[in-house]
Design a protein around this ligand. Structure first.
Ligand code: SF4
Length: 374
């Protein structure tokens, strides 16, 4: 059972006790007060693996908003939220098969800032910054690197590329997190896309409703509304990430006409069991956000400690079927390494087949005969 989400303000760490509620709910204050080094986490009992993580991290920096840090357990290093935010010495383990760019996004880049893999869609990177650097990030090779941020010129070149490619119907703004840009910059990008008749679908990938929900301001929502509908893919991985502030952010996005979908990443020790995914998906549906994808964790370098066997994902999907309506069951997908694109994995419900006589197994394990057409 899950209790009603509390505000992060009411759970704020001791070091922020003097902060006013209005500062806490100001996204710029949250950004400016991000926690970045071991000594910033003085209210936590850090584990030896976390301490060693701070000592061994190299390029992929640590940054955690006070909001997200308030969701951590103070004394349990296995806390699912804490594992996603704090570094771990296991990040130094790089397996032979792991790749710096697991989805070959750089090799499908016709101009800097655009990945064009499928004929009708592009990924448009508008920022390489994020409020929190998630330790499982697929793009850790460049996210958090101040030198890799998209310049104004690069954004214009990307827009020109989309403008000149009339087969592009669907544009996904990504990063990093696009909402690290100012409202003014976002307005320019959305307006430019909306002026291209061939761009029918505009999407926004953002983890701000999880890590910095204060960023979903009325002003931002006005921009989204004016350029809507914006298909907004959020990234909740655990029900404990759904704070009171996140619920307000989701409701503002819905009221701005955004179509909400969640892209959960399957992570060992965080959400790799059916009950955890069930709780998350129920709560998301309650707040108007449809579980869209359950993504197999990619093999970016140094995140093998988060990866789960494919069987885990299949078992979760099978367990959800029959216990929650179809809207609560996300597509379980693997993004194939090397740029092969996404494939969906589904449990096999065919028990046996003899010609057109098939025996299916349902969610309860009961058998049902079925006659297929010739
Ligand atoms: S918000 Fe997304 S892009 Fe940014 S660090 Fe987290 S997973 Fe990576």
């Amino acid at each position: 059972m899950t209790s009603s989400p509390k505000s992060s303000f009411s759970r704020r760490p001791k070091r922020f006790l003097d902060v006013s509620e209005s500062d806490w709910n100001n996204w710029i204050w949250q950004h400016q007060n991000r926690l970045k080094k071991e000594s910033d986490f003085d209210w936590l009992k850090l584990s030896p693996q976390e301490k060693a993580g701070f000592e061994t991290i190299e390029d992929f920096r640590v940054a955690i908003t006070p909001h997200y840090a308030a969701l951590f357990s103070d004394d349990d290093p296995n806390c699912p939220i804490r594992q996603q935010g704090l570094p771990n010495v296991l990040e130094s383990n790089v397996e032979d098969y792991e790749l710096e760019d697991p989805l070959a996004e750089e090799s499908h880049m016709p101009v800097p800032g655009i990945t064009h893999r499928y004929p009708d869609r592009v990924l448009f990177y508008v920022s390489h910054h994020c409020p929190v650097y998630c330790r499982h990030c697929t793009r850790k090779r460049k996210v958090s690197d101040p030198n890799s941020a998209a310049s104004v010129n690069q954004i214009q070149t990307s827009l020109d590329y989309i403008r000149n490619n009339k087969n592009v119907r669907d544009v996904l703004l990504s990063g990093g997190d696009p909402l690290t840009l100012s409202d003014d910059k976002l307005a320019v990008i959305f307006k430019a896309l909306r002026e291209m008749d061939h761009v029918e679908v505009v999407r926004l990938g953002t983890r701000n409703p999880v890590t910095l929900p204060q960023r979903i301001t009325e002003n931002l929502c006005d921009i989204l509304r004016e350029n809507g509908p914006i298909y907004t893919h959020v990234h909740f991985n655990h029900v404990s990430e759904i704070s009171e502030e996140s619920i307000l952010a989701l409701s503002r996005l819905r009221n701005a006409g955004c179509v909400l979908g969640n892209q959960m990443v399957l992570l060992k020790g965080v959400n790799d069991d059916p009950e955890t995914v069930m709780q998350l998906n129920r709560k998301l549906l309650k707040h108007g956000c449809r579980p869209y994808y359950m993504l197999q964790c990619d093999y970016a370098q140094g995140i093998s400690h988060f990866r789960t066997p494919l069987k885990t994902g299949l078992d979760i999907v099978e367990s959800l079927r029959g216990r929650i309506g179809g809207m609560g069951i996300p597509d379980y997908v693997v993004d194939l390494p090397g740029g092969g694109g996404k494939i969906e994995l589904v449990p096999n419900y065919i028990e046996s087949q003899d010609g057109n006589q098939i025996t299916f197994r349902n969610f309860n394990g009961d058998r049902f005969p079925y006659v297929d057409v010739e």
